[in-house]
Design a protein around this ligand. Structure first.
Ligand SMILES: Nc1ncnc2c1ncn2[C@@H]1O[C@H](COP(=O)(O)OP(=O)(O)OP(=O)(O)O)[C@@H](O)[C@H]1O
Ligand SMILES: Nc1ccn([C@@H]2O[C@H](COP(=O)(O)O)[C@@H](O)[C@H]2O)c(=O)n1
Length: 215
């Protein structure tokens, strides 16, 4: 079974994807980490003429050891770098094969990201699009960063999230929209447990409905 979980920044898609992976005993890939690792690798080239070529080379050379420094990868600034490399077509192409292989491994997988239901696994058995309003997303991200001992400027963080969403939505190479067959789950008013219960119910229904349609 393939489950694709899409949605904007800090909507909670990673948390839900990890919960679904535990529930269904499937491996999980946070696809944003790949873009974040490429962004980190080329941080020194931002705003230089070498940026694009360096990002393409970094995406082609990416290996699993670069996905380990979770604090650096999940920093807010790394999210901004990730969204800058994510607009480069050959970067997306270089990361596609890794994600597609993960999605189609025997036994299935859960993937979360911006384009998993639209581009990486359009054939997923269940697709969720996680939404939450911008203020709730900012507050969740702020608490996540504060839990690490960081001082957060909520006003700046709110604008950073909005800016990243805008860049992602305008990405011509993206696919950052809700797939026609994705189930919308708005978690603005749901805590993590309630959101996970709702997500499991959606997946169970999607899988049962697919089984009924399969002769
Ligand atoms: N329903 C929820 N209620 C409250 N907090 C939540 C909820 N879902 C997730 N969170 C918290 O919000 C923060 C962001 O969640 P998460 O990392 O899952 O989002 P994301 O969409 O994967 O973010 P991004 O892709 O931008 O990294 C985490 O600290 C998580 O524990
Ligand atoms: N499938 C994906 C996943 C991510 N991106 C880009 O990376 C940025 C960071 O992603 P997070 O999910 O970790 O917040 C995101 O803003 C996108 O620009 C992507 O393009 N495709």
């Amino acid at each position: 079974m393939i489950i694709a979980v899409d949605g904007p920044a800090a909507s909670g898609k990673g948390t839900l994807a990890a919960g679904l992976a535990r529930h269904y005993r499937l491996p999980h890939l946070d696809t944003g980490l790949l873009y974040r690792a490429v962004g980190l690798a080329v941080a020194g080239h931002v705003d230089t003429p070498q940026f694009e070529a360096a990002a393409i080379a970094a995406a082609r050379a990416l290996d699993a050891t670069q996905l380990k420094d979770i604090d650096a990868l999940t920093a807010a600034e790394t999210g901004v770098l990730a969204s800058k490399v994510a607009v480069i077509g050959p970067v997306r192409q270089a990361l596609f094969d890794y994600q597609r292989a993960f999605a189609t491994q025997p036994g299935g997988a859960v993937l979360d990201g911006r384009d998993t239901g639209t581009r990486i696994a359009p054939d997923a058995d269940a697709k969720l699009f996680i939404q939450a309003d911008s203020k709730a997303r900012m507050e969740r991200r702020a608490r996540q960063l504060e839990a690490r001992g960081l001082v957060v400027d909520r006003y700046a963080l709110y604008h950073q999230i909005e800016e990243r969403d805008a860049r992602d939505m305008a990405n011509p190479n993206g696919g950052f929209y809700r797939a026609a067959d994705a189930h919308l789950l708005d978690t603005t008013l749901l805590d993590i447990e309630a959101a996970l219960r709702a997500a499991i119910a959606i997946v169970d229904r999607a899988v049962a409905s697919k089984a009924r349609q399969t002769p």
